[in-house]
Write a new protein. Structure first.
Length: 467
């Protein structure tokens, strides 16, 4: 099985290496995100089911940083809670005085660190480990630039800061749009905000920042000019606009989601999966696909889906927290909830829901059925309309169906209950007691027939209606 974690676009995962020099990562996440109009912090809005900040953290982790610091501000409690399980340090920017001021707040967290510092933004989540590594490599190149900036060329440069550089990528300065001349605004190379700087240079340059500009802020970008004033050159490397797309609104969030999904779909097909209608398939950040998997239109994968070689996910199915075995079939219109475990060649058909249940090898749950908290043995057949009654309002109970058992349509299996191997449960039964191996269980009242009753009923009702 191919097991992409998808923490960043996918083949880039292996491109980073153990660094020759220690690396620290500073992620700026102090912005208020007012345009999101949300009680959830901007950097915690999900892309492919994972908070965008954690996408970035995962990508940076591929570089094996010695330290990672997230600079927080408004909504700090939410951000701190999100990164605490990862052992990531945080630093508070109590006042929003610009990007240079924000990075300066990481000084204490980086005390004693000697190495390269990578500066990222929590609302720019798609930057790959490969691009981060290129920034570090450029910083450590023979001409030893003081600062390395990641630039890009958007279709509409708009209000982005402009990177003033020569053809070889040697930078003169970065000019914020509000402070740029007409000639500078005509430059198409824009500043993403991402930088790599040696720790020995970073805070010395930050200490020299001023705020004599149109916004009255301490611009991180000004460290390029300050280094130049000391005779130190800086450099820019370029990447595509999609990789450095930022999120400041719900519309931009949807755009970044679309970009991530497009990349993931393309990678899935490169890796040997067939997507019948790629634009209609939605992946989670951790979806795992094997080879020769077939995914039909309008399929959604939530977090934790693992699909083995040769499986087929039919149209309009939803798979989350579930494992689908080799050659298994799911759907159409099926829902696999967390804990669903389909073994090889199992079948879960249309309008079937499975939760916390093992569907054994070759077993069939073909239609209109709920299987929850259950173990369905290999080769068993579960008839249409069957449900496992697993909850009494207080506790969950388990149902066990043995190998080769046959459950007739419209049966209710009231847990805890065990159906023995090879047993048959007659259609329409409500089973409340265990059924022995190879036994037949019939749990329904006898059929009663009253000849002529229906005709007499109709005549009586019509007479009443006429009166």
């Amino acid at each position: 099985m191919t097991t992409h974690s998808n923490d960043q676009p996918f083949s880039a995962q292996s491109s980073a290496r153990i660094p020759a020099h220690p690396i620290a990562v500073v992620i700026l996440a102090a912005g208020k995100g007012t345009r999101m109009k949300s009680d959830l912090h901007k950097v915690l809005h999900p892309i492919a089911g994972r908070p965008m900040l954690l996408h970035l953290v995962a990508s940076a982790a591929a570089l094996h940083p010695a330290r990672t610091v997230v600079v927080t501000g408004a909504g700090r409690e939410q951000v701190e809670k999100a990164v605490a399980p990862l052992g990531i340090a945080t630093a508070l920017q109590a006042e929003q005085l610009g990007t240079g001021h924000a990075v300066a707040q990481a000084r204490e967290a980086l005390a004693g660190f000697e190495g390269d510092v990578l500066i990222l933004y929590g609302d720019v989540p798609l930057v790959t480990a490969a691009t981060m590594q290129r920034m570090i490599d450029r910083l450590e190149s023979d001409d030893t630039p003081a600062v390395v900036v990641l630039g890009f060329r958007p279709a509409e440069p708009g209000a982005y800061g402009r990177v003033i550089a020569d053809a070889a990528g040697r930078m003169d300065r970065i000019v914020e749009y509000k402070d740029a001349s007409e000639a500078e605004r005509a430059v198409t190379l824009c500043n993403s905000g991402l930088m790599a700087v040696r720790s020995a240079d970073l805070f010395a340059l930050l200490d020299r920042l001023g705020n004599d500009n149109a916004a009255g802020e301490y611009y991180l970008t000004d460290i390029v000019g300050l280094a130049g004033a000391n005779g130190r050159s800086s450099a820019v490397i370029e990447t595509g606009a999609d990789e450095v797309a930022g999120v400041n609104s719900r519309g931009e969030l949807a755009g970044v989601e679309a970009s991530w999904q497009a990349t993931r779909r393309a990678q899935a097909m490169v890796d040997g999966a067939t997507l019948i209608a790629p634009d209609t398939v939605w992946f989670s950040h951790d979806t795992q696909l094997g080879r020769d998997v077939v995914i039909e239109p309008n399929v959604v994968f939530g977090p934790g889906a693992r699909i083995a070689d040769g499986a087929t996910i039919h149209a309009f199915s939803h798979v989350e927290g579930a494992s689908v075995g080799k050659g298994a079939n799911v759907g159409p219109f099926a829902r696999l909830r967390p804990g669903a475990d389909l073994r090889a060649d199992a079948k879960v058909g249309n309008f079937v829901e499975v939760k916390k249940a093992v569907i054994g090898e070759g077993a069939k749950v073909s239609h209109l059925t709920y299987i929850g908290d259950a173990d369905i043995g290999a080769g068993a057949n579960i008839g249409a309309g069957t449900i496992t009654c697993n909850y009494d309002g207080y506790f969950k109970y388990r149902t066990v169906v043995g190998e080769g058992a046959f459950i007739g349509s419209n049966s209710a299996l009231v847990a805890p209950v065990t159906i023995g191997a090879g047993a048959i449960v007659a259609a329409g039964s409500v089973v409340t007691q265990d059924v022995e191996t190879d036994a037949l269980a019939i749990v329904r009242p006898p059929q009663i027939a009253k000849p002529g009753w229906a005709k007499r009923f109709r005549e009586r009702m019509l007479a009443r209606k006429r009166s």
